[in-house]
Design a binder for this molecule. Structure first.
Ligand SMILES: [Zn+2]
Length: 106
């Protein structure tokens, strides 16, 4: 991450990071231009998610499923089972493929 000196516009160096919360940190910065010598504190803050973490996707799906009507939940179960069967077929096809080893000419 690059920080710029707010006084002279030269590149700054982050000398210390104070994590305040999971989404906010204070960055202690110094200008790299010795003739300037400015030092300052900038705040780095989480803004918003562009794509949800895959680590939380299954939790989110479980919570969404719990909020469905019984009919919608049954339809979801049917869809999940169909997809699982497709994945099982694909996994079995992968196991049947011959193992090919490529060797480079020396
Ligand atoms: Zn500066």
């Amino acid at each position: 991450m690059r920080v710029m000196c707010t006084e002279c516009g030269q590149l700054g160096r982050i000398t210390k990071t104070n994590r305040m919360t999971a989404g906010v940190a204070n960055l202690y910065c110094q200008c790299t231009d010795a003739s300037c010598g400015h030092s300052w504190v900038s705040t780095l803050a989480y803004s918003h998610t562009l794509s949800p973490s895959a680590k939380r996707a299954s939790d989110m799906a479980m919570n969404l499923a719990r909020g469905l009507s019984p009919e919608a939940h049954g339809s979801l179960c049917h869809s999940v089972n169909e997809r699982q069967q497709q994945l099982n077929v694909l996994a079995a096809q992968e196991l049947d493929k011959p193992v090919v080893t490529l060797r480079r000419a020396v």
